[in-house]
Design a protein around this ligand. Structure first.
Ligand SMILES: [Zn+2]
Ligand SMILES: [Zn+2]
Length: 367
């Protein structure tokens, strides 16, 4: 029920409310002097928006050059700064001037706000002050106009050769000032960028000069980038990298041989190729290699052991053959004649046998 202003009814809460006013005022005052938590805007989004803007300009430039390719090539050469300036001007009008954000920043959910109105305790307040007309226009003049003027001036000065004139010439002095100006601009830009990395406020020098800060245009919004796919990609990438690092350290041939020895009976390993029946002066490895890769037709292969070495199982192979097997398979290589693991070899010195009664044929080994 509405109460008329002519019938004030003093209530208990009304007097209480009056009583606590001094305390409330005190609290309010102390809150205003407190610093609010600083506004954090992701630096990576701000830098990404810059990259997106540059890419957009590149795409449009390419389209423009394609369109101009039917005209005389001198048009592009002579009026390139003007054409790019015009393109930038159109982009500036449609983006920053109309909606206080470049296209890249819009994609990153960012917009410019007037930071002169957000000093001190007002940094994180919910309502963003829009850019003033002056800020926008000066921004346009500095970015679009500045870039155009700089390119044009540089072209003109290089064409006229001002840098090679006499030092007393006024044109040389202008050239010198411009050179120094460029140096200082770059140095300050670098400094600004370092400060940006530290506190994440102003991305460029122009932004800082005009107090135009990029803030979130919608405060509560989910991240647009889904990191799930990215994370998966990174995990797989790291995994393959690790495997590529690991593979050279694992002796696959040795493992294969170990598995074969575990699964297949020893007798099969020996008798499957029939090297146990090979004459003693023949090298089974040479035989094996030649049957794997058949040599030139018509050439009778020579399997006689060269530079013989004896294995721990007492069979003879060429030094080259046995050593190459050992370096590939380690101590897992089975002797082709008896199937024993070969872990040790030593040079075989043929003993000259004086015993005439010995009718065993001495191994004909070529040294
Ligand atoms: Zn051999
Ligand atoms: Zn053997």
């Amino acid at each position: 029920m509405l109460r008329l202003p002519s019938q004030p009814t003093p209530t208990e809460w009304g007097s209480n409310w009056k009583d606590i006013q001094p305390a409330l005022r005190k609290v309010r005052r102390s809150m205003a002097s407190l610093r609010t938590s600083s506004l954090k805007v992701m630096r990576v989004s701000q830098l990404d928006s810059d990259i997106l803007d540059l890419e957009l300009v590149d795409i449009l430039k390419e389209q423009l050059w394609n369109a101009l390719s039917l005209f005389k090539p001198t048009i592009k050469e002579n009026y390139e700064p003007e054409l790019i300036g015009l393109l930038n001007l159109v982009l500036f009008k449609l983006s920053v001037y109309d909606s206080s954000a470049t296209y890249g920043s819009q994609l990153q959910n960012l917009k410019y706000r007037n930071e002169w109105k957000h000093g001190g305790a007002f940094e994180s307040i919910a309502k963003d002050a829009p850019l003033t007309q002056t800020q926008k226009i000066v921004y346009g003049v500095l970015t679009v106009g500045g870039q155009y003027a700089w390119t044009r001036a540089n072209r003109y000065i290089t064409m006229k050769g001002w840098g090679e004139l006499d030092e007393s010439d006024i044109r040389y002095k202008v050239y010198n000032v411009l050179q120094k100006g460029e140096k200082y601009w770059k140095a300050f830009s670098l400094l600004n960028f370092l400060i940006f990395l530290w506190n994440g406020r102003y991305r460029t020098l122009v932004d800082r000069m005009l107090a135009m800060r990029l803030v979130y245009s919608k405060k509560s919004m989910n991240r647009q980038v889904s990191f799930e796919f990215l994370n998966r990609q990174m995990v797989w990438h790291a995994f393959t990298e690790f495997l590529l690092f690991l593979v050279p350290l694992i002796n696959i041939e040795k493992l294969k041989m170990k598995l074969m020895r575990m699964l297949l009976p020893k007798s099969y390993l020996v008798s499957s190729k029939g090297y146990d029946k090979l004459p003693a002066n023949q090298c089974a490895v040479c035989h094996d290699v030649t049957t794997e890769h058949s040599g030139p037709i018509g050439q009778v292969p020579n399997f006689t052991v060269h530079n013989p070495y004896e294995t721990n199982c007492g069979h003879h192979y060429c030094y080259y053959c046995i050593q190459s097997k050992l370096s590939v398979f380690g101590d897992e290589w089975p002797c082709l004649r008896c199937g024993e693991k070969v872990y040790e070899i030593k040079k075989y010195i043929e003993k000259v046998q004086d015993d005439e009664n010995d009718d065993k044929p001495s191994p004909a080994i070529e040294q």
